[in-house]
Design a protein around this ligand. Structure first.
Ligand code: NCD
Length: 328
């Protein structure tokens, strides 16, 4: 694997390989010493043109646990026009001999531009581009669903037969898009529930069922209910009357949460607007996977960086002897 730019074009075998290597990585994270020597001498640059807490520190932790050197480059607030600033920055990174660039950008397509421009030779990982995609988020979500369902028996399995319902601000959500493609590739049935104004126009071309009634969706008792953040910062118009009205119709409130089967997992990529799209009871319940998603994010990003930068070598944990050899 040379780059990780989207899940739309990610092959099933590649997705399963990332999830399986992430299982190996998760096993190594149970040990007292979490650090592996695998990417010693490699440099990973976190290039963030947009705000992020969880995703940036997750990539940082992942790179560091594989012993890579990490450079955090926060390019927010640059006044240069986007194309120019990206090229200039890329050339700087090339001069610093970056081996991988993890990029978050407000422009959809920026990671692909970086990967195909010829400006850099590094592997590129998309950490969220505009409203386009956020592939490692979808991979960590799939990992979380698989792990909750199959536990220690997860390796090699896809999500065939699992029913996943994604709720909320689909229009502005790169998390929703990446999840739709990946879940479909892995065999899950995907349903979307949102106010009509927050459903993208091109949704008819997506492999999903679309509904507008959350009570109906809750009544179906999906295996996973994924609540999305209302992305007020991306809204340049009024998509719903007010927050109370949104919450009343499309929020996972205590009544709807109580109506869900015990077996339904409640997911959210974070950051959560508690009381708006999700109530505290749901977010903090044992059925919530919110913190698992954060933990699993590190393992999945370790897997992605590993496959990009050292893919031809055996995965750590898969072959402990080789790993001990490596550590010497
Ligand atoms: C998401 C993002 O930035 O796309 N968050 C994340 O990566 N943890 C979703 C969001 O901001 O709502």
């Amino acid at each position: 694997m040379r780059h990780l730019l989207d899940t739309k074009t990610l092959a099933r075998e590649d997705a399963l390989r990332i999830l399986d290597v992430a299982e190996d990585m998760a096993d190594t994270q149970q040990r007292e010493v979490k650090k592996l020597p695998t990417l010693r001498g490699k440099t990973v640059v976190n290039l963030f043109f947009e705000d992020s807490t969880r995703t940036r520190i997750s990539f940082e932790a992942a790179a560091k646990r594989l012993s890579a050197d990490v450079i955090n480059f926060s390019a927010k607030g640059s006044s240069v026009s986007k194309g120019e600033s990206l090229q200039d920055t890329a050339q700087t990174l090339q001069a610093m001999a970056a081996d991988a660039v993890v990029i978050r950008h407000s422009a959809s397509g920026a990671p692909r531009t970086l990967a195909t421009s010829g400006w850099i030779s590094a592997g590129v990982v998309n950490a969220g581009d505009g409203t386009h995609e956020h592939p490692t988020q979808a991979l960590l979500d799939a990992f979380t669903i698989r792990k909750r369902r199959y536990g220690a028996d997860s390796r090699g399995r896809d999500l065939t037969g699992m029913r996943v319902t994604i709720v909320g601000d689909i229009l502005h959500s790169r998390v929703a898009r990446s999840n739709v493609w990946l879940l479909h590739t892995l065999g899950a049935e995907v349903a979307l529930v949102a106010p009509p104004t927050l459903v993208p126009q091109d949704v008819s071309a997506w492999p999903v069922r679309v509904g507008y009634d959350l009570d109906e969706a809750v009544g179906e008792g999906p295996d996973a209910l994924m609540m999305l953040r209302i992305q007020l910062e991306r809204m340049n118009a009024s998509y719903f009357p007010n927050e109370r009205e949104y919450s009343r119709r499309w929020g996972l409130d205590p009544e709807r949460f109580a109506a869900l089967p015990q077996s339904t997992m409640v997911m959210h990529p974070g950051p959560m607007n508690r009381g708006l799209e999700i109530c505290a009871e749901a977010a903090d319940s044992p059925r919530s996977t919110v913190l698992d998603q954060v933990t699993n994010g590190v393992s999945v990003r370790m897997a992605a960086l590993y496959l990009l930068l050292a893919g031809e070598r055996p995965a750590p944990g898969a072959d402990d002897d080789a790993q001990k050899e490596d550590a010497r």
